[in-house]
Ligand binder design. Structure first.
Ligand SMILES: [Zn+2]
Length: 310
């Protein structure tokens, strides 16, 4: 397939040389035609509301019949959603006539069945425009196009709520703190609880805050660090309660209130410092790779797309 695409284009189409794609509308239905040089074929792409049309079976049967009638059609496919694909073999000499006829029959059938174009992104039935999204040709509605241009796509209209997110992070890390205290009661340093804290904190932030941003992840990590200290404090209070509660008639609240006084003892402060250092180190070791993974996911989802209108 070594042809000048411009001379082989069906009526009503425009060729975008940079992205190697033809776009146009026939019978009011917008289509993309992408030359697939390696296969010596043209790929006709139609985005339409097939599922909602109520005539899906009829339309898919028509595609089979169209394939039988035109020997140049090598493949017809439906992605089960909203995209119809037809691969048409290039004969070079008759490409223009072949493609013109096939797109005309295809779009006439759409008209007859009441099948309308839908946006390749949001699937709403709206007027479409052709554009290159991250270098790939697409047909987008005006809303999705504007969102892509402004870099506000992929947010599902959900705005991050930092206050509720923080609340979620506190509740999530609190679960981890309980784990820290329980493991501490058995005399272990609870690094794994630090991991649970970070993880539950991020989950909590995502759930209540509606959306997780990189800022949210930092908030969760800071919350988890503070919560580890709180958990260590609580652990110490519980130890005091267990050791001295009976002897001095101390309640759990009394024991917790005594923690600062105990922390003035060099021996106690040394033990706590050791617990915290090892605990933090284990927590960082355990959660590093998963936090990095989530961070990259968030980064990817927030990356602005490049969209170039045709
Ligand atoms: Zn859209």
């Amino acid at each position: 397939m070594d042809i000048q695409i411009e001379n082989h284009m069906p009526e009503g189409f425009v060729y975008e040389k940079t992205y190697d794609v033809m776009h146009g509308a026939v019978n009011g239905i917008a289509l993309l035609i992408i030359p697939v040089k390696a296969l010596n074929q043209f790929r006709i792409q139609l985005h339409a509301d097939i599922e909602k049309s109520g005539v899906k079976d009829n339309f898919l049967a028509f595609l089979q019949e169209l394939k039988q009638r035109h020997s140049t059609i090598q493949y017809t496919g439906y992605n089960g959603n909203d995209t119809i694909t037809l691969n048409v073999e290039s004969t070079e000499r008759d490409d223009k006539d072949n493609l013109t006829l096939i797109v005309s029959e295809l779009t006439s059938k759409c008209l007859e069945c009441g099948i309308r174009n839908c946006c390749s992104q949001c699937r709403n039935v709206l007027p479409l425009r052709a554009a290159a999204l991250d270098g790939t040709p697409v047909l987008l509605c005006e809303n999705c196009f504007t969102q892509e241009i402004n870099g506000t796509s992929g947010q599902n209209g959900q705005k991050e709520n930092i206050f509720l997110g923080l609340l979620g992070a506190v509740l999530g890390t609190l679960l981890g703190a309980v784990l820290w205290v329980v493991i501490g009661m058995f005399g272990f340093i609870a690094g794994i609880a630090g991991f649970a804290m970070v993880f539950c904190g991020i989950k909590g932030y995502d759930m209540l805050g509606r959306r997780l941003s990189r800022k949210g992840i930092v908030i969760c990590i800071v919350t988890a660090c503070l919560m580890i200290m709180a958990a260590e404090y609580a652990s110490l209070g519980i130890v005091i309660y267990q050791e001295l509660g009976d002897m001095y008639y101390l309640s759990l609240v009394d024991s917790l209130a005594l923690v600062p006084a105990f922390l003035e003892e060099p021996e106690v402060i040394q033990g706590v410092a050791k617990d915290l250092v090892i605990g933090y180190a284990l927590a960082i070791w355990a959660s590093f790779s998963s936090v990095r993974h989530i961070w990259r996911q968030v980064e990817q989802s927030q990356k602005p797309h490049t969209v170039v209108p045709f």
